[in-house]
Design a protein around this ligand. Structure first.
Ligand SMILES: C[S@@+](CC[C@H](N)C(=O)[O-])C[C@H]1O[C@@H](n2cnc3c(N)ncnc32)[C@H](O)[C@@H]1O
Length: 231
């Protein structure tokens, strides 16, 4: 999978690229590249933003600047690009990232993520260059970089081989294996600590009973959360 992130802060992704599951995904043929809007701006002095028409606080990321960066990255008109590639604007009001969306995106061969800054994007960027808008939650971050990393993390760890242990991604919170419910609780040694024992069934070695116990705990957690995540 090839992921390209358009940003004003490409160096933020250096740390992310060094994380184990990202390194694994890269070693298995995926790529995570960054494109700096400022490196391609057609404006003087590295300008990328401007004051909003109609007034108001803050600055807005310019449509001509984002177009120039996308053209530099792909050598084509970004209006056509979104017809054959997912071009995602990170926006607070976009489609909420959940496990289903992460799975959907992990099936793509190529992804483009556009990070906003300041007051956000000139709306024409979203309207004419993007196929989707994605939000990582109903709160506002200073910029799209952390949101892009969250999307990349959720997507890359789904790729075969990215996690050391393949079962980790198969049976985890919100997966089909748990019918969309949160995961069951885990315990490790010591078997008792300060009078807090590990549930006896987990020490029994009885795999069928353990599986059933885990499934029940998972369902209970879903019910406690209003059943919202049980499919
Ligand atoms: C300060 S925010 C702009 C907020 C915008 N004025 C609003 O009220 O919706 C700057 C940029 O951060 C990114 N961003 C902030 N919160 C986000 C979220 N919850 N999910 C995805 N991206 C987010 C977006 O790229 C956005 O353009």
């Amino acid at each position: 999978m090839q992921i390209d992130v358009f940003t004003l802060f490409p160096s933020w992704f250096d740390w992310f690229r060094g994380q184990r599951h990202v390194v694994n995904a890269m070693a298995l043929g995926s790529a995570l590249e960054t494109v700096d809007y400022r490196a391609h701006t057609p404006l003087r002095a590295g300008q990328v933003d401007d004051t909003p028409f109609g007034g108001g606080a803050g600055m807005v990321l310019r449509v001509d600047v984002v177009e120039a960066a996308l053209r530099a990255g792909y050598g084509e008109d970004p209006v056509g690009l979104r017809k054959h590639r997912r071009v995602i604007a990170l926006t607070p009001g976009g489609r909420l990232l959940d496990d289903a969306l992460a799975t959907e995106l992990a099936a793509e061969e190529e992804l483009t993520l556009l990070c906003g800054r300041y007051e956000g994007f000139d709306e024409r960027i979203v309207e004419h260059f993007c196929s989707d808008q994605v939000s990582i939650g109903r709160y506002v971050l200073a910029g799209g970089e952390l949101a892009a990393m969250v999307v990349c993390d959720a997507v890359l760890r789904k790729l075969p081989g990215a996690l050391g242990h393949e079962d980790s991604a198969h049976e985890e919170s919100f997966s089909a294996a748990l019918e969309g419910a949160p995961e069951y609780p885990h315990y490790t040694r010591p078997a008792e600590w300060r009078g807090w024992p590990v549930p006896e069934v987990l020490l029994s070695g009885h795999h069928a009973r353990i599986r059933e116990w885990r499934r029940e705990r998972s369902r209970e957690r879903a019910e406690r959360r209003g059943g919202e995540s049980l499919s």
